[in-house]
Design a protein around this ligand. Sequence first.
Ligand code: SF4
Length: 191
Amino acid sequence: MSERSLENKEPRSIMVLVVAHCVLNRTTRWWQKGQDVERNMGPVCEILRFLSKNKIGVFQLPCPEYMFLGNPRPPATKDDYKNLQGFKEHCEQLAVDSAKHLRLLVKKGREPKTVLLAIVGIERSPCCGVSCTPRKFDGETKYKNEKGLFFEALFEELKKLGCTIPMIGLDMHQPDDVCRKLAVLLKSRVE
Ligand code: SF4
């Protein structure tokens, strides 16, 4: 193909998937002594296969819980983390930094254009939940259809920057579900 015809070619879009940290690195997942360590090893392979098959890049968000408490750490709800001194501010700062980084990724990707397909969170996580987040009511844990602490802050920061990116929750027990949702989303973006 000549240089001229390359110049005339429409710029293509390149997709990037934004993922909660533990999608690529499960070592940061909540772990307690005596718990099976298998769940904390390796990446979520189903997502990796989806990315590789569809030639989609990946952006890994930070893990707010691990960065603050490490492992092992106690089980906690969104309310517990809200009441943990300094943690909400920590999430907000990570959200500011991540949103800026994502905006730059899109802004600087002029040709080919960089498009963020979606942000994948982790259902039942107090920080990265998308539509299933543990809350505490009268000392009891209940799951509510709302975002976790970090994803809530990230959503707000992206909104301030004018970025609207769909958020999808990954159920670690059914990773294929999220791949199916992503495939539908991908189809709607490339058509
Ligand atoms: S769900 Fe979020 S906070 Fe929990 S381990 Fe994964 S990245 Fe860290």
